[in-house]
Ligand binder design. Structure first.
Ligand code: AMP
Ligand code: MG
Length: 287
């Protein structure tokens, strides 16, 4: 692991979310590179990284053709309300081929989902070979909101950390590279963004009066996140904490984490299983 991944990976132990300043910009190149307009710099960089991501995506897709590999990539995004999950999805998928990508949002489980184990709907939503999946919320809600709201007993949710680790290790062994990112905003930033939602009629659909109840439980959520990050940051599937008060930094950091992960996978186009020269000669000789 190197570069930004090293800097942003959450090291289990006694690490706390509170140790990460949501306004900080770890790993950002110096002023001589970024200049005095970081938003513009980020836009330009993210556009360039997106080109790289699109090339990787195509190679990933091609490499899994006809079941050659079971390689797939899953970006898991978690955050408090207004943490920027939707904006991040928009940003990192700019220009990706929709055919090789699947973004899934998880809300409260419906009746059928409740009849199954909490990982049932997660397994069904995983990307298939050659695809990139993006989870907007995830199985981690089952140790976050479920715990904060006492939706089920502690005897049940307390076992889920191990179940999650076992599940993620099983998936990693089955070709799935998981990049789990917590977009970490401050309570003040959330207030600003909630206000912006209320002040803009085109954003009312994103607002839910329940958001204020969730906000009132801010500290409980931070504690629940601390435990989830500490207990489920594994070698097979590490957690990254991205300071997210500054959207331009967040976009650059997530795009970079994804790009660096793809660089390790380095998917390759499959070798043609036909004689290229012979096909070419046949084509030229035909009408
Ligand atoms: P949003 O992301 O704003 O559309 O809200 C989705 C809501 O669904 C959030 O309040 C989540 O906490 C909630 N949610 C997601 N997964 C679960 C789950 N497994 N159990 C209960 N609530 C959930
Ligand atoms: Mg919401």
């Amino acid at each position: 692991m190197s570069g930004l991944r090293e800097l942003l990976s959450f090291r289990p132990g006694d690490a706390r979310l509170a140790d990460v300043d949501p306004r900080s910009t770890p790993g950002l190149p110096g002023n001589h590179v970024v200049g005095d307009d970081p938003k513009r710099w980020s836009q330009t960089r993210v556009a360039a990284i997106s080109e790289e991501l699109n090339a990787y995506q195509e190679r990933l897709f091609a490499s899994a053709k006809e079941g050659a590999t079971n390689r797939r990539v899953l970006l898991v995004l978690q955050a408090m309300d207004c943490g920027g999950k939707d904006g991040t999805v928009r940003n990192v998928t700019q220009g990706m081929s929709p055919a090789g990508m699947k973004a899934v949002s998880f809300g409260p489980p419906d009746e059928e989902e409740r009849r199954h184990d909490f990982l049932w709907r997660i397994r069904r939503a995983l990307p298939s070979a050659g695809h990139i999946g993006i989870f907007n919320r995830s199985h981690y809600e089952d140790v976050l909101i479920v715990r904060v709201h006492d939706l089920i007993g502690e005897d049940v949710w307390a076992q889920r950390y191990e179940q999650i680790n076992a599940f993620e290790a099983e998936m990693a062994a089955d070709g799935l590279t998981m990049i789990k990112i917590m977009l970490h905003i401050s309570k003040e930033e959330q207030k600003k963004r909630l206000l912006a939602r209320l002040d803009d009629p085109s954003k009312h659909w994103k607002y839910n009066p329940g958001d204020l109840d969730e906000r009132a439980r801010w500290d409980d959520y931070q504690r629940a996140y601390d435990d989830a990050l500490n207990r489920c940051s594994t070698t097979a599937a590490p957690w990254y904490v991205v300071p997210a008060d500054r959207k331009w930094y967040r976009n650059w950091a997530v795009a970079t984490l994804l790009r660096d992960t793809f660089a390790d996978i380095d998917p390759q186009y499959p070798r043609p299983d036909f004689d290229v020269a012979a096909e070419r000669a046949k084509l030229l000789a035909a009408d």
